[in-house]
Design a protein around this ligand. Structure first.
Ligand code: GDP
Ligand code: MN
Length: 390
C-alpha cells in the first residue's frame, strides 16, 4: 500500500526522523491557514506540494516555492484540482485533491537515502548517495560508485559502525554528522516498525544552518502486515488507486490492469503468468492479470467477469482454471451462471484441467451458451487470439 508524502512524514516523525515542517490542506483556505499558523512561529517562506501517489512532482509543476502567504494562496489555487503528469502517473495525469504546505528550507546540499528489502541476500539494504534530488536510478546506472550500500541482517539490526559508515561516506562533518547518524538510525527503525517495503528520502537535505532533514518522503507498506497496523491501514487513500483494483480487492481477487485486449481469469499466480505468456506468444496482449485464488466459486468467477468487462479494451476472455482443490464442474457451473447473469458481449474461451475436468467441459457444452472450450493451454491461447481477429 502506498501513502502520501505527508503521511510518510508523519510515520517517520513518530520514530524520531527529522522531517521538514508541514501541514496538509484540502482547500485553498486551509492552505492559507496552514501558512499563517507556521508564520506565527517565524516561518517566512513556504513550499506548496501536490499530494499524489507518484513521484517526480517537481518537474511536472506540482511543487512550488512560495515566498509569501499570498503566493501560497495563488499556488494552492494552481495546484489543487490540476491533473498532474509525472513519469510515474498515466498519460492523463493524476488529479490533485490534497496539498502539503511546508516551511521552506535553505538547502546547502541534497542527498538520497533509502531502505528496502534485498530479496537475494535476505537482508534489508540501506542505500545512500550524495547525488540526491535527482532520479536515483540514473545515478545507479551512470555513477554506481556514488551509491553507498549497507546490508542489515534483520535479526541483528542496524549496528552503530554501519550508521557511521553511511554518514561519513556521505561526507557529513561536525554537528551535521551527528544529526545524519541519528537520521539514518531513526529511518531504519521507522522502516522496520511500520513493516514498510520501502522507505525512501529524496532529497534528504543539509540546510544552510547545518540541520539534516527529510524534504521528501516515500513509504510503501507491506499489505500482508497491515492487519497489525490499524493506524497505518487507515491511511489508505482509495481515490489514488485504480478503481477496478479496489473493487477486485473487495472480492479477494488479485487483479492488475494492463494495456492489452485479452481478459484473463486464472487460478494461481504462476498459472496466470504462464497464461499471459502464451497469449502474447499467440499474438494477443493480456488486458489484465487476474488470480481468482485457490478456491474459485461461482461468486468469485462472476465478480471476476464483471471486473474484466468493465475494461472497454477487452475484446475476448480466456478462463484457465486448474482443478486442484477446486472441482472443475463447480467452476464450470460458476462460469455458466456468471455468463447468464451478466451480458457477456465478447467471445469466451474456457480451459478446464484437473479434477472433474470432463464433467466441467460437458456442462459448458450442454449449457447452450456460446462458450468455446479448449484442452491444451496452447489451443486456448490460439483460440482466444483467433476470436480477436474474427
Ligand atoms: P518530487 O519531485 O515529487 O520528488 O518532490 P520533492 O519533494 O522531492 O521536491 C522536488 C524538488 O523541489 C526537491 O528536490 C527540491 O530541489 C525542491 N524543494 C522542495 N522543497 C524545497 C524547500 O523547502 N526548499 C528548497 N530550496 N527547495 C525545495
Ligand atoms: Mn523527491
Amino acid at each position: 500500500m502506498k501513502v502520501h508524502e505527508y503521511q510518510a512524514k508523519e510515520i517517520l516523525a513518530e520514530h524520531g526522523v527529522a522531517v521538514q515542517r508541514g501541514i496538509v490542506a484540502n482547500t485553498v483556505e486551509e492552505a492559507v491557514e496552514a501558512a499563517e499558523t507556521m508564520a506565527k512561529d517565524g516561518v517566512d517562506q513556504f513550499v506548496v506540494k501536490a499530494q499524489i501517489h507518484a513521484g517526480g512532482r517537481g518537474k511536472g509543476g506540482g511543487v512550488k516555492f512560495s515566498p509569501t502567504v499570498d503566493d501560497v494562496r495563488s499556488n494552492a489555487e494552481k495546484i489543487l484540482g490540476m491533473h498532474l503528469k509525472t513519469p510515474q502517473t498515466g498519460p492523463e495525469g493524476q488529479e490533485v485533491k490534497k496539498i502539503l504546505v511546508t516551511a521552506a528550507e535553505d538547502i546547502a546540499h541534497e542527498y538520497y537515502v533509502g531502505v528496502t528489502l534485498d530479496r537475494a541476500k535476505g537482508m534489508d539494504v540501506i542505500m545512500a548517495s550524495t547525488e540526491g534530488g535527482v532520479e536515483i536510478e540514473e545515478v545507479a546506472e551512470e555513477n554506481p560508485d556514488k551509491i553507498v550500500k549497507v546490508w542489515v541482517d534483520p535479526s541483528i539490526g542496524l549496528r552503530p559502525y554501519q550508521v557511521n559508515e553511511i554518514a561519513s561516506k556521505l561526507g557529513f562533518e561536525g554537528s551535521a554528522l551527528k544529526e545524519a547518524k541519528t537520521f539514518v538510525a531513526a529511518l531504519y527503525k521507522a522502516y522496520r516498525a511500520a513493516d514498510a517495503t520501502i522507505a525512501e528520502i529524496n532529497p534528504l537535505v543539509r540546510t544552510d544552518d547545518g540541520r539534516v532533514v527529510a524534504l521528501d518522503a516515500k513509504i510503501n507498506l507491506d499489505d500482508n502486515a497491515l492487519y497489525r497496523h490499524k493506524d497505518l491501514a487507515d491511511m489508505r487513500d482509495e481515490a489514488e488507486e485504480d478503481p477496478l483494483e479496489v473493487e477486485a480487492g473487495k472480492h479477494h481477487l488479485n487483479y492488475i490492469k494492463l494495456d492489452g485486449n485479452v481478459g484473463c481469469m486464472v487460478n494461481g499466480a504462476g498459472l496466470a503468468m504462464g497464461t499471459m505468456d502464451l497469449i502474447k506468444l499467440a499474438g494477443g496482449e493480456p488486458a489484465n492479470f487476474l488470480d481468482v485464488g485457490g478456491t474459485a466459486s461461482a461468486e468469485t468467477v462472476e465478480a471476476g467477469f464483471r471486473i474484466i468487462l468493465s475494461d472497454p479494451n477487452v475484446k475476448a476472455i480466456l478462463v484457465n482454471i486448474f482443478g486442484g482443490i477446486v472441482r472443475c464442474d463447480v467452476v464450470a457451473q460458476g462460469v455458466i451462471e456468471a455468463a447468464q447473469n451478466i451480458d457477456l458481449s465478447v467471445p469466451l474461451i474456457v480451459r478446464l484441467q484437473g479434477t472433474n475436468a470432463e464433467e466441467g467441459m460437458a456442462l459448458l457444452k450442454n449449457s447452450g451458451l456460446p462458450i468455446e472450450s479448449a484442452i491444451l493451454l496452447q489451443e486456448a491461447a490460439d483460440k482466444v487470439t483467433a476470436a480477436l481477429n474474427a
